[in-house]
Design a protein around this ligand. Structure first.
Ligand code: KG4
Ligand code: ZN
Length: 358
């Protein structure tokens, strides 16, 4: 089955072709530099860019893979959660293509696609505990199969990636700054007493990262040397020396540790509550973080679980994960009608498939 995946939920425009679960080709255009100037994603700019770039990426993908529109069996599109205007670009394109070619339309939950993405490089083992850590979400799920996700815990305020980006912004790193904190943090030992591990002294599986961000903001306000005068570029970071570099790397390592250890505590708690699982899947942009990868490897090891992590390129938004998740759904007999709705952030993505196999 040839499945085209379309991703336009935030600031990456991406398409990919998956044939029976195997990636045939992909194209991605990121808008990250455009939004970096504003310190965050500007929704109107994002949707205009998707509109401008998506038809070209699709044409290039078809050209490079040699596939013809009539070969496509299913068009999988990220239908939410995300920025509504951006999602509508991908969803409308997908509907048009299905109308023109007769392919099946499959609306994909962007969050599920992140968690299923590691199946492209390895085997997914169910039931699994899923930890999704991205710029917009921090969720834990019990995943029984590619079509059965039960939400266990979620952030009450900032997502883990948002906390990374806001802390990075405090020190004047460009958006999205999570990667800078990871890189610099690797140079130092974390001071585990410097920042709190937020919202752990309670029995819930939910997260809250806004207090941690405030704690870092207070620390940075008291140590203005930590802040770059103008927006930090790789050259400015490389030039940083001596005491200033030591202080900055220690703050990055300590903040990173607070996030990683909070995630560890909540994942261990979720494992105790969810019942027996075979694997731990960690996905989303923040799953690229080296300390979080190490922490989760230790959790999996201690609990006798297979750790399933996407390759670094599959962590952030991409078309391959949407095509792959769409293929799994199509294989399970799920598809949508042309009335498929795009679902903005904050609304639960409904399980409104029609099942082909009845
Ligand atoms: O999954 P994603 O592409 O976007 C959403 O769907 O939200 O994730 C982007 C997030 C950003 O917050 C970015 O700072 C973060 O992932 N990120 C990282 C790292 N690489 C990307 N955070 C911490 N460490 C990293 N190495
Ligand atoms: Zn994402």
């Amino acid at each position: 089955m040839l499945t085209l995946g379309i991703e336009t939920s935030c600031d990456e425009t991406a398409v990919a072709l998956v044939e029976d679960g195997r990636l045939m080709g992909e194209k991605l255009a990121t808008q990250v530099d455009m939004h970096a100037l504003f310190g965050g994603v500007v929704p109107e700019i994002a949707s205009r860019e998707h509109l401008r770039v998506l038809p070209r990426l699709y044409a290039e993908l078809m050209d490079e893979t040699g596939a013809l529109p009539g070969d496509i069996d299913a068009v999988a599109v990220a239908r939410g959660p995300g920025l509504l205007g951006s999602l509508l670009v991908g969803v409308s394109f997908a509907k048009g293509l299905c109308l023109a070619t007769g392919a099946s339309l499959v609306g994909v939950n962007h969050l599920w696609a992140h968690l299923l993405a590691p199946g492209l490089n390895g085997e997914l083992r169910f039931p699994a505990l899923g930890l999704l850590v991205s710029g917009g979400h921090t969720h834990t799920y019990l995943i029984s199969s590619p079509t059965e996700f039960r939400l266990l815990g979620r952030t009450l305020d900032d997502a883990a990636g948002e906390a990374f980006d806001k802390v990075a912004k405090l020190m004047n790193f460009p958006y999205p700054g999570g990667r800078y904190i990871d890189d610099l943090g690797r140079e130092a030992e974390p001071d585990t007493t410097l920042f709190p591990r937020p919202y752990i002294d309670n029995p819930t599986l939910d997260f809250s990262f806004s207090g941690l961000k405030t704690a870092v903001a207070n620390h940075v306000a008291a140590h203005p040397d930590l802040v770059f005068e103008s927006m930090a570029d790789p050259a400015a970071v490389a030039a940083l020396e001596g005491r200033r570099r030591a202080d900055l790397t220690r703050v990055c390592a300590s903040f990173n540790w607070s996030v990683a250890d909070t995630l560890r505590i909540k994942v261990e708690r979720a494992l105790r509550q969810a019942g027996p699982v075979k694997s731990l899947i960690v996905a989303g942009g923040v799953a690229a973080n080296s300390m979080i990868r190490e922490t989760m490897a230790a959790v999996a090891g201690e609990n006798g679980l297979v750790l399933t992590l996407p390759d670094l390129a599959l962590c952030t938004d991409n078309g391959a994960m949407v095509a792959y998740a769409g293929w799994l759904l199509a294989e399970a007999g799920c598809r949508h009608g042309l009335d498929l709705e795009a679902i903005p952030r904050g609304r639960v993505v409904p399980l409104d498939w029609m099942t082909k196999r009845g």
